[in-house]
Design a protein around this ligand. Structure first.
Ligand SMILES: *[C@@H]1O[C@H](CO)[C@@H](O)[C@H](O)[C@H]1NC(C)=O
Ligand SMILES: *[C@@H]1O[C@H](CO)[C@@H](O)[C@H](O)[C@H]1NC(C)=O
Ligand SMILES: *[C@@H]1O[C@H](CO)[C@@H](O)[C@H](O)[C@H]1NC(C)=O
Ligand SMILES: *[C@@H]1O[C@H](CO)[C@@H](O)[C@H](O)[C@H]1NC(C)=O
Length: 361
């Protein structure tokens, strides 16, 4: 009987190690229970919505530029109650509906109780599907919101994605002026492009698109070493917050994309590197229109002491007028407009300081 020497065994084991790493994604079960993949029925359903929004918009984009009022579409993405709806209600209070629209995507499995009649959020739920972390379902939900808002109103000109943990840092009028009117709000804009005679010339999307991050390679290979090729070479892979504000032009780019979605909808093998919603949008838009992006977000977030991919969550005792001031401070624009994350029990202290701090600009 042939008996391999212990030396030979260890050498061959050593030699096969790299091979194992190379093949592991193909032959080993994934390291975490994969969320259910998006079903073909859901995918078809979405595709039909995206197609309708895309073809309707091509004939309507001209119309929107001639309308005197541009609207902001506020897109709320939630898997729980909208904890701060009374605060948002105050934010929108008495503002004409000719300036904004609201849309809510709520995970149907989360039994979300929606704001009652009388609230600005009432009746604003769009047909929604299940969402979960570490899966591409958050991309689908965001595309559903964008497509619905594009279809719904040709005057929707900016599309701001928010969650149930987001709060406003300013009045509605300040937010509106900053996006559409102010020639000085965006400090990153090349002076020649931003304004002439005090009139805004260019409208860019406020979205982070970073090409440097310690975990970028791990996240790029989360579906396997070569899984993103050839559509997305590593040099084109970007990261940024999923809470962005897009122009109508870029919202259309997003709902018309098929080729990157084909890659980003693949399941990951590693849960700790799987945040497709933080990569899909910045990667796609940097590839399509790098000059049209500010590369920063309008939603302040505190990553100090991050746990498990979650940022610092502010509790009720941290809420104060000074916190609002600190959260507004941005190096990229005159101010952040929104902030996250706040725990639900922050509602009461936030309502107390709303008139005097948050909505006073
Ligand atoms: C959903 O919430 C309602 C009201 O909060 C409650 O009555 C109902 O039992 C809940 N359903 C489930 C499936 O949790
Ligand atoms: C960010 O969070 C840390 C705790 O993780 C806190 O000490 C700090 O004050 C926060 N920063 C701001 C600007 O709120
Ligand atoms: C602005 O930039 C400075 C210098 O890089 C940094 O120390 C500071 O923390 C930044 N402030 C904010 C609000 O990001
Ligand atoms: C804040 O302002 C609103 C609208 O002007 C008013 O209805 C509300 O009573 C005020 N709340 C507080 C706490 O001052």
């Amino acid at each position: 009987m042939y008996r391999a020497s212990p030396f030979l065994i260890s050498v061959s084991l050593l030699l096969s190690l790299p091979l194992l790493f190379l093949l592991a994604p193909r032959i080993l079960p994934p390291l975490f229970p994969l969320p259910d993949p998006i079903s073909p029925a859901d995918e078809l359903d979405d595709l039909s919505l995206l197609r309708r929004a895309s073809s309707a918009s091509s004939s309507l984009t001209r119309l929107s530029s001639s309308s005197s009022h541009h609207k902001i579409a506020f897109l709320f993405l939630t898997n729980s109650d909208l904890h701060f709806s009374p605060l948002w209600h105050r934010f929108f209070h008495n503002r004409p509906r000719s300036l904004f629209n609201l849309y809510i995507h709520a995970d149907p499995s989360a039994n979300v109780s929606l704001p009652p009649p009388g609230s600005v959020f009432h009746g604003r739920l769009i047909p929604s599907k299940r969402t979960s972390r570490a899966s591409p379902t958050l991309i689908s939900a965001t595309r559903r919101l964008l497509a619905t808002a594009l279809l719904d109103d040709p005057a929707n000109a900016y599309f701001a994605v928010l969650s149930q943990y987001c709060v406003p840092l300013h009045s509605f009028d300040y937010v509106y002026r900053s996006l559409f009117v102010s020639p000085t709000f965006d400090r990153s804009a090349p002076a020649a492009e931003s304004a002439q005679h005090g009139v805004r010339l260019s409208y860019r999307s406020f979205i982070e698109a970073l090409d440097k991050s310690p975990s970028l390679w791990k996240r790029y290979t989360a579906r396997g070493r070569y899984a993103m090729l050839p559509e997305v070479p590593f040099e084109k892979f970007r990261v940024g917050s999923q809470f962005f504000t897009l122009t109508r032009r870029h919202a259309l780019v997003v709902i018309r994309d098929r080729s990157l979605w084909k890659k980003f909808k693949l399941p990951c093998y590693r849960e700790d590197s799987c945040y497709p919603e933080e990569h899909y949008f910045p990667t796609l838009l940097s590839m399509e229109d790098p000059r049209g992006l500010t590369r920063y977000t309008l939603t302040a977030v505190n990553w100090t002491g991050t746990v498990n991919g979650h940022p610092h969550t502010y509790g009720p005792r941290e809420v104060s007028p000074e916190l609002i001031q600190r959260l507004r401070a941005s190096n990229h624009s005159e101010s952040y407009l929104f902030a996250r994350k706040f725990s639900p029990d922050c509602l009461e202290p936030l309502m107390k300081i709303a008139n005097k701090s948050i909505f006073r600009d």
